[in-house]
Design a protein around this ligand. Structure first.
Ligand SMILES: [Zn+2]
Length: 324
């Protein structure tokens, strides 16, 4: 027999307004239990204590009371600018509470369709779309610092513009590889990944250098499939080359290239779920893919949603409306 829920009657009798307050208080507590913080004020105290001035960068701002939503306010001792602990983050002007954002971020770590995220978070499709791009703004320079070293595998992934905007298998143009977008991918033995848009069609040496050059530590061993353009970037970075003839029926090739082949297939599956994206935003989606790849790797040590919330709080980023 199931025990009767002692709250059922009382909750059923609540007026609508009170019920909404109860739901919000419960969401706050659940969020606190899940990620350690339940409100913006708690998150700011935990991850963004005494931030520098968003105008001039001066630290040690004067504390200047608290806002209506309990956020610490500051006044810059150099330029006099007033700000609060969320100013300069993408959460700055959010009208929804932290538990709603935490749920949205959790759904984004699963890359659920934007329509589903909007429905579950109780926001419009337009808001969910904007939030997604706010999150992307926080990873815009994320790959710049990634340098692969030791044993590094490189390859290319090709997608049709129409695959991205209309979905895999639909309205696909056949033939000319020039119509395909090239994504240069790389991964090292420590499983640090890189994925960079590399123009259309097979890459030239110049394009590949631009895409991968800064991500390869000098002296690494580059494992690849003999694509000619690879040689330029390998020589440029004083790396050694270990090449295998691309042949999907050759066990030796598959074994040698397994690291990067896995990365490529995860990337294709990820892009496949993002049907309807504007191909001009592809690099943003790749940055998020690489960020998530690292978040997933550390998942057992550092729960995903808590980590992404902290990342958003600690990253100074601006969302610019992209007019859609
Ligand atoms: Zn200032």
């Amino acid at each position: 027999m199931t025990r009767e829920n002692p709250f059922a009657g009382r909750v059923a009798a609540l007026p609508t307004d009170d019920f909404e307050l109860l739901c919000s208080a419960m969401a706050e507590r659940r969020c606190r239990e899940e990620i350690g913080v339940g409100t913006y004020a708690e998150a700011a105290a935990a991850f963004r204590a005494d931030p520098p001035c968003p105008g001039c960068g001066e630290g040690r701002a004067f504390r200047d009371g608290v806002s209506g939503s309990d956020l610490q306010r500051y006044r810059c001792r150099r330029c006099g600018r007033r700000f609060n602990s969320l100013t300069g983050t993408v959460l700055e002007s959010s009208k929804k509470d932290l538990p709603t954002w935490a749920l949205f971020l959790k759904l984004m770590t699963w890359n659920v369709p934007i329509e589903a995220a909007a429905e579950l978070c109780g926001v419009t499709h337009k808001t969910a779309f904007e939030w997604r791009h706010r999150v992307f703004a926080t990873v815009s320079g994320y790959q710049d610092r990634i340098v692969l070293r030791g044993r590094v595998w490189i390859d290319e992934v090709y997608v049709n513009d129409t695959d991205l905007s209309k979905g895999y298998g639909q309205a696909r143009k056949r033939g000319l590889s020039k119509q395909k977008i090239c994504i240069a991918v790389a991964i090292d033995a420590s499983k640090n990944p890189v994925a960079v848009v590399c123009g259309h069609g097979k890459p030239s040496t110049k394009r590949l250098k631009a895409a991968l050059g800064s991500h390869l530590a000098e002296g690494s061993t580059v494992v690849h499939d003999k694509e000619r353009a690879h040689n330029g970037v390998i020589a440029d970075r004083k790396c050694s080359s270990e090449a295998y003839k691309a042949d999907a029926t050759d066990p030796a090739y598959l074994d040698a290239m397994e690291m990067v082949n896995n990365l490529s297939s995860w990337l294709k599956r990820y892009l496949w779920r993002l049907t309807g994206m504007d191909p001009s935003n592809l690099q943003s989606y790749l940055n998020w893919f690489v960020y998530l790849f690292r978040v997933h790797q550390a998942e057992d040590r550092w729960p995903k949603t808590a980590r992404v919330v902290r990342h958003l709080m600690m990253t100074d980023a601006h969302y610019r409306s992209i007019g859609r």
